[in-house]
Design a protein around this ligand. Structure first.
Ligand SMILES: Cc1cc2nc3c(=O)[nH]c(=O)nc-3n(C[C@H](O)[C@H](O)[C@H](O)COP(=O)(O)O)c2cc1C
Length: 152
């Protein structure tokens, strides 16, 4: 059994809608042999990261950066996980009010530093998510999870 770890900061209903769509995609019954673990960013640990085979990250854009909660997560896990998680696949989504550029740049920078391999295009959404947005998040979850299926 492989493990997909979803680390998210979800402070509002709009972020919750994206999170739920990602979880729904990642746990779709067609994907077998992949256990999905969800952790709020402020509670995720280095052990969670080391024990997983791939990652999905979700954050709002805050002050031109990823949320403080996701930044705190990376601050905690960066060096403890640097050696052992290099090359592992990940994906992410960002929700914002009007401009998620800085948050995207921040997530790209830290995951590049970790040497993680982006397995899907990021999903970025501003304002109230529409059907296309939640579908894109569903695809994101399904794509990263399917990539972890044994034999994939
Ligand atoms: C302190 C603060 C800073 C924010 N900074 C940004 C920002 O830099 N870019 C952006 O697009 N949205 C920004 N937002 C909006 C949040 O991303 C947004 O509130 C969050 O994704 C939740 O979405 P919702 O308010 O539509 O539910 C900020 C919100 C707060 C509270």
């Amino acid at each position: 059994m492989r493990t997909l770890l979803i680390v998210h900061h979800t402070p509002s209903p709009n972020c919750q809608a994206l999170f739920e769509a990602v979880v729904s995609g990642a746990t779709t019954p067609e994907i077998e042999g992949v256990r999905v673990v969800r952790r709020a960013a402020l509670s995720a640990t280095a052990s969670d990261v080391l024990e997983a085979d791939g990652y999905l990250l979700g954050t709002p854009a805050n002050l031109g950066y990823m949320s403080g909660a996701l930044k705190h997560f990376f601050d905690q896990i960066y060096y403890p996980c640097l050696d052992d998680t290099r090359g592992r696949p990940f994906g992410y989504y960002v929700h914002g009010g009007n401009d998620v550029t800085g948050a995207v740049r921040a997530v790209e920078a830290v995951t590049t530093g970790l040497g993680w391999r982006r397995a899907a295009d990021p999903v970025t959404v501003t304002g109230e998510p529409g059907k296309a947005d939640t579908e894109a998040c569903w695809e994101l979850g399904a794509t990263v999870a399917a990539g972890l299926m044994p034999g994939a």
